[in-house]
Each structure stands twice: as C-alpha cells, then as structure tokens.
Design a protein around this ligand. Structure first.
Ligand SMILES: [Zn+2]
Length: 97
C-alpha cells in the first residue's frame, strides 16, 4: 500500500457498505454480466484529468470484476464506457449529497 492513490482499507470497507454490491445493474448494466469479486473503482471527477481519482468516498464505487477491466468483452469494458462513467458520477453525487 505504498501507492499514493491506494484506498485505505477502512475507506474501501465504507464504500462496500454504502454500495452493497456492484452498482452497475443499478446504473443500466445487466445483472448477467456480474461475476467475480467486488472491488473499488476510481471515478475521476473530470474525464480528462490525467491522474487517477484521489481516494475519496465520492470518487469511489463498488464494481464487480465483470463490470470492470477483467470483464472486457470484445474490447468493451462497462466501467470505462463514457456514458457509464457519467452514470457513476451521477450516482456518487446522489449518495454524497
Ligand atoms: Zn457487476
């Protein structure tokens, strides 16, 4: 855990408890694509920011492997789809308001 953008374990736990599972099916993804372990996905505040999102509750969502990079299908990854990114941001705005 020496990387600067690493999520502290307490914060990861808090994100998992807030989201209660992969958020993708609630944001237009399908349950059928959910598989593997749930993990923390960084959502940048601005799409063009070069750096990864800082470890903050309102920049982190829970996604399963199927909806993040491990679940790539024909070059498509749910989590990196532009529209889905925006849905994740909206979700974070709604839960951190
Ligand atoms: Zn999922």
């Amino acid at each position: 855990m020496s990387r600067k953008d690493a999520v502290p374990p307490e914060m990861a736990l808090a994100v998992f408890q807030r989201d209660l599972g992969c958020v993708a099916p609630r944001l237009g993804g399908t349950m059928h694509d959910c598989w593997g372990r749930n993990r923390i996905e960084h959502v940048k505040a601005e799409p063009r920011m070069g750096k990864r999102a800082e470890p903050r509750m309102d920049r982190l969502v829970t996604l399963c492997q199927g909806h993040s990079e491990d679940g790539m299908k024909g070059g498509y990854v749910w989590a990196t789809d532009k529209e889905n990114r925006e849905k994740c941001r909206e979700y974070l705005r709604s839960v951190s308001a």
